[in-house]
Design a binder for this molecule. Sequence first.
Ligand code: ZN
Ligand code: ZN
Length: 137
Amino acid sequence: MKISGGCLCGAVRYESSAPPIVTRACWCRVCQFIGAGSGTVNACFRTESFTRHGETRDYAGRADSGNLMHRRFCPTCGTHLYSEAESRPHLVFVRVGTLDDPNLAVPAMTIWTSQAPEWACISEHLPRVEQQPPPAA
Ligand SMILES: [Zn+2]
Ligand SMILES: [Zn+2]
């Protein structure tokens, strides 16, 4: 199977030859900046099955989990595409809104709910974790 996606302007494209390992909705404070007020939804792929085309820029910084994260975005349209944790180089965390078909990644849990605002719409049907859950794989 092949999953593809890219940024709003089309300058950056990516594809994965394997389905995501896990998908999570995240309400950490950083994701609220990237998600423009909402959280983000991130599908975790293995780096070995993931191919990218086009230039990205990187905003590096510490996540609330303590991990040093590289957050990659399109320098033309500003779309955040994926992030990578230095401690877990075999994984890439793709912003699900950039998939050509976002239905291919279904969240399995909501994380960092302790950081969500009171009005956040958080699924009743998914497990909630107040902070960072154990690593995906
Ligand atoms: Zn773009
Ligand atoms: Zn987050």
